[in-house]
Design a protein around this ligand. Sequence first.
Ligand code: PEP
Ligand code: MG
Length: 589
Amino acid sequence: MATLAGIPTARGLVAGPVFLYRGDGEIPVPEYVVEPGREEEEFRRFERAVVDTKRDLENLISVLRERTGRADVRVFECHLMFLEDPTFSDEIRSSVTKDHVNAEAAVKSFTDRMRVQFSRMNDPYFRERVRDFDDVERRLLMALTGFAPDTSLELKSPAIIVADDLTPSETVRLPRENVLGFATNGGSATSHVALLARAMAIPAVTGLVDITSRVRPGMTVILDGGTGEVTIAPNKETLDLYESRKRHRHNIEKAEPEGCPAGTFREGGEVKIFANIHPGVAVSGLRDLGARGVGLYRSEYLWLNREREPTEEEQFEAYREAVEQTAKLSADASITIRALDIGGDKTVKGISAKESNPFLGNRSIRYLLSNREVFKTQLRAILRASAFGKVNTMYPMVSCVEELTEAAVVLEEVKRSLDKDGLAYDRNMPIGAMIEIPSAAINADAIATKVDFFSIGTNDLIQYTMAADRSNEAVAHLYQPTNPAILYLMRRVIAAAHNHGIPVAVCGESASDPILGVLWAAMGIDTLSMSGSYIPVIAKLLRRLSRTELDEYAALANGFDASATAKSVFDACHAWMLGKIPELDDLLA
Ligand code: PEP
Ligand code: MG
């Protein structure tokens, strides 16, 4: 039995067998004859691949050392030594220069020979090293060919997926009914696999660094998405403890007072609690969880996993269904459809251009403004759906007012085309800006004059303010919602919205965090939008607090100056919440 500590990513406690997803389709190994005179060039290609592979391994080792302090970086150090071994590079040089074999084929032939030699050894330790050759060979071939494997997941019975990492496309392809949980080496609390796990109410732990090399298919693991712990091969005592914790949690989650809408404070006010969804998530289940509307509909999932763009008709059908379903959630329900948010880690085949830095590239609203036909088609479909219920549209990744001015021109043009075609739509459909780029937060006063509402995407706002990739576990510690710089921007955006009389929501994952979601409500956020499974806990916490207490909570966080650390602010917030709700940690467990 062993327990690993990762990043708590999506709440829930599960136990089950491991499905080890290696994402490792065969890497095609090209074989060709190196033309005379080009041998040096080919050998340099091999040397560059070695440098890249070594850099990846060194990063992995330093993450392992820093994050876990574990001694078992040894295996990766051996891989490094193998790459540095002069016999290895001499062998490849000789194959390339004397036999005119290309670099990939030379590497494959060398590792094949090593595998045969080692598998014949008597000592089981050395026989095991065959797997190390597989590993190093795979890394080198990937560096040489640029091949990114993508195999589909064949999951026939319920299991916990253990993987290096999963792309959004891989995640949405999973048969939901058989996925008990996710445990990944990479990722972070706000990576897209995390968002999907939450939207699908699947417990997940990310940032486990090397769990894929610690488990075998079929092995039992216990995964706690709330604490970030994964126990491998638990003994009987641990399994019994798991069963009793599971029963305890179930009882806590069940005990909800009747007839009190989610988001109501103990006295003196309320905040709207809405859900984040994407195409394919059933809206019906959200009612029981207490969602009063949909605050973020991630439309880009209509673009994933398909060979061509969705047509206007396909989009219209999807939006109309979501609009009609949302209307059943509450009397004042509305759905906020986010315009196509692609780029960064959300790449779409055939659309996403190759960019040297896609996170700072032609993404989201920028993409839509430079691909007007895609933008117009989507706006037509959304507007047509607005005839069937209360719909808002928001633009992702707004960075300056000009983008909103330009988008307004496109919107007017689309409205005219619908008028011409005699199609019904809501002429006053509210338009919002997502505030997730620091420039938009700093300039929120001006942005507020151009829109009907704000929705703060804290996942990206924190990523871009801290310059820390949200899906890179090595910098996950810099995802700091309570950093004074983030609190400053939050205050600024809320004040700008309210000065201009427009509502402001938070739809990033922090809305569902018990300490932060309540803090945003205390600071004046009008709507918290989160994955459905988190709503009951946030609603329960808000019901325990009065507006006066929330003002006290906001004053506490606002009392920290710029020199405070994110941890000191978070700890003070946690302590304050514990003072008001002594069983807080039980609720979160
Ligand atoms: C965010 O950035 O907080 C957000 C809600 O958008 P995304 O889909 O990028 O997480
Ligand atoms: Mg975002």
